[in-house]
Design a protein around this ligand. Structure first.
Ligand SMILES: [Zn+2]
Length: 314
C-alpha cells in the first residue's frame, strides 16, 4: 500500500466508450484502453489513482479550435466518405460521435483539474494531434490538445501553455491550429520519415532519423524539455504516445521500454521541480503484440501517479 491519508491522488479520465465506441472490425487496437484500465486497477498505484468518467464536451468548446462547418458536419453525421476515411477507425459505430465527445471532454476535464490541483492529471485516450481546424486525420477527429490549450488561455486565464508532443508522429494538426497563437508553444519530437509525410511547422520541430534508439531519442527529449522550460509555461500538455517503441508497427524509432520510461520520468521530474501543472494525453501505440504497448502505457500512467504524489501539498 503506497496510499495514505496525505497522498495526492492522480486523477485519470476514462470511459468504456474509449474501447466500445470503436468497431471490432476497425484497424485499430481498441482493446488497449479496457486492458490498461484493468491492469492499473490491479497495480500498487491504484491507491493513489482515481478514475474519473468524462462528460461529453460542448460544441462551444470544440469551436475554440475547429470550424463550425466541420464540427456540425461531424455532430450531424454528415461527413463525406472521404472525410471519414481520412480519419480512419472505420467502419464507424453508432456511438462514434458520443465516444469522440467523451474522449475530448476527458482531455478538457483533466486540463481543468491539473490547473486547479496544480499537479499531474491524465486522460486514458486522445492526444489527437493529427486533427486540423477543418478536417480530421490519422485516427483523430477533434484536436484535444489545441482545444485544451485554447480553453486554458481563453477561459482560465493561463498566459502560456506548452504542448510537448513526444509521439513518434509529428503533431501537425496542433501546429497549424495554434500557429498564430503566441500564448501556446508547440514542440514536436518525431521520426522524420513517418506519417504525416507532409509535415506542418511547429514552433519547434525536432525530427529524428529512423531507428535512432534510446540514446539519441532521450537526448532530443532533453533538448525539447529545455525549450519548453525557457517558455516558462504555466501549463504543459504532454502528448505521451509510446509508438516510438522498438516493437511498434507504425513507429520506427527503436526505443526500448526502459528508454520510454526514462523519457516520462524526465518530463515528470522537470515539471515537478518547476511546479508546472501537467496533463498526460495518451497518444499512439500500435505494438505487435499489443502487450508491449500496454506495458509502456502502464509505466506512463503509474509513474504519473507516483510523481504526482511527490508534489508538495497545497
Ligand atoms: Zn503516433
Amino acid at each position: 500500500m503506497i496510499g495514505s491519508p496525505n497522498s495526492r491522488i492522480f486523477h485519470l479520465w476514462y470511459h468504456p466508450l474509449y474501447t466500445d465506441g470503436i468497431h471490432v472490425e476497425a484497424r485499430f487496437p481498441r482493446e488497449r484502453y479496457k486492458m490498461l484500465l484493468e491492469r492499473l486497477g490491479d497495480s500498487e498505484q491504484n491507491d493513489i489513482m482515481k478514475i474519473r468518467k468524462p462528460a461529453a464536451i460542448s460544441r462551444e468548446s470544440l469551436l475554440l479550435a475547429h470550424d463550425a462547418k466541420y464540427v456540425d458536419g461531424f455532430l450531424e453525421g454528415n461527413l463525406s466518405e472521404k472525410e471519414m476515411r481520412r480519419i480512419g477507425l472505420t467502419p464507424w459505430t453508432s456511438r462514434m460521435i458520443e465516444r469522440t465527445l467523451c474522449l475530448t471532454g476527458g482531455a478538457l476535464e483533466a486540463t481543468i483539474h491539473a490547473i486547479e490541483s496544480k499537479g499531474i492529471t491524465g486522460n486514458m485516450a486522445g492526444g489527437t494531434h493529427h486533427a486540423h481546424r477543418s478536417f480530421g486525420s490519422g485516427y483523430c477527429v477533434f484536436n484535444d490538445l489545441a482545444i485544451s490549450a485554447l480553453y486554458a488561455i481563453e477561459k482560465l486565464g493561463i498566459e502560456r501553455v506548452a504542448i510537448l508532443d513526444l509521439d513518434v508522429h509529428q503533431g501537425d494538426g496542433t501546429a497549424t491550429i495554434l500557429s498564430e497563437e503566441k500564448r501556446a508553444l508547440t514542440i514536436s519530437v518525431h521520426c522524420e520519415k513517418n506519417f504525416p509525410f507532409r509535415k506542418s511547422v511547429s514552433d519547434y520541430d525536432l525530427p529524428i532519423a529512423s531507428l535512432a534508439g534510446d540514446e539519441l531519442y532521450l537526448k532530443t527529449v532533453r533538448e525539447a524539455l529545455e525549450i519548453c522550460l525557457e517558455f516558462e509555461p504555466q501549463l504543459v500538455l504532454y502528448q505521451a504516445g509510446v509508438d516510438g517503441l522498438e516493437t511498434d508497427s507504425l513507429g520506427k524509432l527503436n526505443v526500448t521500454r526502459e528508454g520510454m520510461r526514462k523519457r516520462n520520468q524526465y518530463v515528470f521530474e522537470i515539471m515537478l521541480a518547476n511546479k508546472i501543472p501537467t496533463v498526460v494525453f495518451m497518444g499512439g501505440g500500435y505494438s505487435k503484440p499489443i502487450s508491449h504497448t500496454l506495458d509502456a502505457f502502464f509505466d506512463l500512467f503509474s509513474d504519473a501517479a507516483i510523481w504526482n504524489n511527490r508534489w508538495p501539498r497545497q
